[in-house]
Design a binder for this molecule. Structure first.
Ligand code: BGC
Length: 756
């Protein structure tokens, strides 16, 4: 026993030294020295984060600080961080001025510690005028293209620093497992491997050479298990056993932490009745100790308060603060009650209810990241040093991402691409508005001002007119979102006119889906597409004209009533400001679609099973069962065809220390160049915990000219095929496995058991 204990502690010590070694020694020394000189009030202030809109007033198109309030926050209470948009649509120079003013106040404090500003740069620097808006994360995931995600992150980091902001509340690494949840589109889909691969690229693109003036610190959101509420409603209880949490929800965070992510934001909801903000096992034992996280943990919006006012764990906010800080929270996004937080936390320390050591740990982490960002030496960055901000080059990158995200889900009789001279009717609530293309977190939190602020970009109708000729493309509204109603309310607009217009065209481009929303306002009781949009589609299908459904939506709305009547279905997700141009290029055949679904598209509202499921949820269930989504995960058509052959496994009996090597040849058998996402799935055929039917273990996106063939090789460490057992350990079991690429399959064997 004793000996094991000794070996274990030696191992932990060795690991700890390794982690320490990765930290910058000079920065560590500086932070330690600074911490030594700090009073309790100064320390507590560093742990507070206030929202900017509470610190001033909107004046016309601009925002002005209330000087007394700014003084109170930064100088009197020594608050260490500020977040959010002040409201108006400000340009980089105005942002520079706000951050300068904040810093001038920081300089009035005894220790002159810079304030760290954080912004929700969700799909670009969406709160700053003139920035480059990319497709939302779900669309980026549909590209299955690591490089595009890296580029997007690097561009957004650059543009964020042009505004002066060194910290982004992105990426969302939540598992998109419940399609009802209103934040599905903020993530990279439903598969842990896909999310991990893209999340790592986002971290690298944002943070590589952290400290450089073009880089920002990321915030991994929302640790952990946020995305699977039992009700599907935002910020409600999830029931997730720990081994499922570790098997499915944890891997993307683990991978992004290994890639060096410096901040983590906490799950705003509860798991198994425990608000994550007071869950020490998750925040300290798992994140900081087991995963060796040396950055800092920030709460989500008002979530310490929520422990008291929403979850009723304790009667007072002060007790909630105690529980949260002791659980491992380092910084509290208050966002308004900084006085209460600072006063209560200082009192808790004096009362011995929160240890000074815990405070020192929290402040060390915050100062460490400030130092790593070089904020002590370069507290401010200015627009003049960022000439590529909003440039054509960056816009091109956003366009490319949109173009590669578009996913062709149905193409009956190869109706697409359309002939260049085709006469078209463009209709539907999403046809001539920029708001649904961008979704939430665009210009404003809910994206309701997008049409006014993104006027210079092309809607679907405008882009199609440019592509096919104004005389060839007619627009009819069909259904409109109610501008003064809730985001999901819509109404029919002159259906007769739409049907009449359809009579004179070759094809109808029907643009349907959702209006913008995010978080709790996006909650939903029925995943079915709105009744008015279904009625519009049905009226058009009756005309007998080919209907091309264009979906633009944050989550997969059920379309089984109209899908069979559609000639083609094209999914655009939330493609951003270049979504119109990208769609027009796809419909015209100038871009060959190559997006693949990063989520399962369900067929029925009561059948929301993901592609990751047990055999009992599949058609293989001997007692009867089915898995029959509208479109499966990983699916997407092309204007060309691909043939898979020669699936080979280098070595078909492997030990746990070896690597599975799979090769396959893919040939473009059609008439035009195209990109294909080659996907490797592995199934564990028998396991002591019911195995998943199959799991994605590798993917590569390749470009093939007509007739061209490429052989792809995947390498998967055998250890990665382990599952998390009911004791929360990784377990690899000897026995047969199956690989699948396209329709090809082959088996191999793992020779020995391993638990680690
Ligand atoms: C969201 C976070 C976001 C934060 C700051 C919260 O309501 O859940 O994702 O980063 O606000 O704006």
């Amino acid at each position: 026993m004793k000996k094991t204990g000794l070996i274990l502690s030696l191992l932990i010590a060795a690991q700890a030294t390794e982690v320490q070694a990765q930290l910058n020694a000079a920065n560590e020394a500086k932070v330690a020295q600074l911490l030594n000189s700090m009073t309790l009030e100064e320390k507590v202030g560093q742990m507070a984060q206030v929202s900017i809109e509470s610190m001033g007033a909107v004046q016309g198109k601009t925002f002005a600080f209330d000087k007394a309030k700014l003084q109170d926050v930064v100088v009197n209470y020594k608050v260490g961080s500020i977040l959010n948009t002040p409201g108006p649509w400000l340009g980089t120079k105005e942002w520079n001025a706000l951050l300068t003013e904040i810093h001038q106040h920081a300089l009035k404090t005894r220790l002159k510690i810079p304030v760290i500003y954080g912004l929700d740069n969700i799909h670009g620097v969406n709160y700053v005028n003139g920035s480059t808006l990319f497709p939302q994360q779900i669309g980026q995931a549909a590209t299955w293209n690591r490089q595009l995600v890296f580029n997007g992150a690097a561009i957004s980091a650059y543009e964020s620093r042009a505004a002066g902001v060194p910290w982004t509340f992105s990426p969302v690494l939540d598992l998109g497992t419940n399609p009802v949840w209103p934040r599905i589109w903020e993530g990279y889909g439903e598969d842990p491997f896909l999310i991990s691969e893209l999340g790592v690229q986002f971290v690298k693109g944002s943070q590589e050479s952290l400290g450089g003036k073009e880089k920002v610190a990321v915030s991994l959101k929302h640790f952990l298990g946020y995305s699977d509420p039992k009700s599907g409603k935002d910020r409600t209880d999830a029931w997730i056993p720990e081994h499922y949490l570790r098997e499915y929800h944890l891997p993307p965070f683990r991978a992004a932490l290994q890639a060096g992510a410096r901040n983590v934001m906490v799950n705003s909801a509860l798991i198994n009745g425990v608000p994550t903000h007071i869950n020490k096992r998750i925040l300290t034992d798992l994140l900081k100790e087991e995963l060796d996280f040396t950055g800092f943990v920030v709460t989500d919006w008002q979530d310490i308060e929520n422990v008291q006012r929403r979850d009723r764990i304790v009667k007072t906010n002060k007790e909630a603060i105690m529980l949260a800080i002791n659980a491992g929270i380092d910084m509290a996004m208050i966002p308004y009650d900084y006085k209460g937080f600072c006063t209560d936390l200082a009192a808790l320390v004096k009362e011995g209810k929160v240890s000074e050591a815990r405070i020192n740990d929290a402040v060390t982490r915050i100062l460490r990241v400030k130092g790593e960002l070089n904020l002590f030496d370069r507290p401010l960055t200015f627009a003049k040093d960022y000439p590529r901000y909003g440039s054509a080059e960056f816009e091109r990158a956003a366009y490319n991402t949109a173009a590669e995200s578009i996913t062709l889900l149905k193409n009956g009789n190869n109706i697409l691409p359309l002939a260049k001279g085709a006469k078209l009717l463009v209709t539907g609530p999403n046809a001539n508005t920029m708001r649904p293309l961008n979704g939430g977190w665009s210009y404003t939190w809910q994206g309701e001002q997008t049409d006014a602020l993104a006027e210079r970009y092309n809607t679907f109708a405008e882009a199609l007119r440019k592509k096919f000729g104004a005389a060839q493309v007619q627009f009819e509204q069909g259904v409109a979102y109610k501008m003064d109603g809730k985001y999901y309310e819509d109404s029919i607009v002159n259906l007769d006119a739409v049907v009449q217009a359809a009579a004179g065209v070759d094809a109808v481009v029907l643009c349907i889906g959702e209006n913008s929303y995010t978080e709790t306002p996006g909650n939903l009781n029925d995943l079915t597409l709105s009744e008015n949009q279904l009625l519009l589609a049905e009226a058009l299908i009756k005309t007998g004209k080919p209907i091309i459904i264009v979906l633009t939506e944050g989550r997969p709305r059920i379309i089984n009533r109209i899908e069979p009547g559609a000639a083609a279905v094209v999914h655009t997700y939330l493609p951003g400001n270049f979504g119109g141009d990208a769609l027009a290029d796809v419909l015209a055949g100038d871009v060959n679609p190559s997006g693949k679904l990063p989520i399962t598209y369900p067929r029925f509202t009561n059948a929301l099973t993901n592609y990751i499921h047990k055999i009992s949820d599949s058609g293989q269930n001997p007692q009867g069962g089915d898995f029959n989504p509208q479109y499966p995960f990983g699916f997407g058509l092309s204007y060309t065809t691909f043939q898979y052959s020669n699936l080979g496994i280098a070595q078909t009996a492997l030990t746990e220390a070896e690597t599975l090597t799979v090769s396959v040849t893919v040939r473009n058998t059609g008439g035009r160049a195209g990109m294909e996402v080659v996907q490797l799935y592995v199934s564990d055929l028998y396991a002591s915990l019911a195995p998943d039917e199959k799991r994605l273990r590798g993917f590569e996106k390749i470009l093939l000219q007509p007739g061209e063939a490429k052989t792809i090789q995947f390498k998967v460490p055998v250890k990665d095929l382990a599952f998390v057992n009911a004791d929360n350990k990784q377990q690899l079991e000897a026995g047969e496995f199956k690989v699948q690429v396209g329709e090809l399959t082959q088996e191999f064997e793992v020779k020995k058991d391993l638990i680690f």
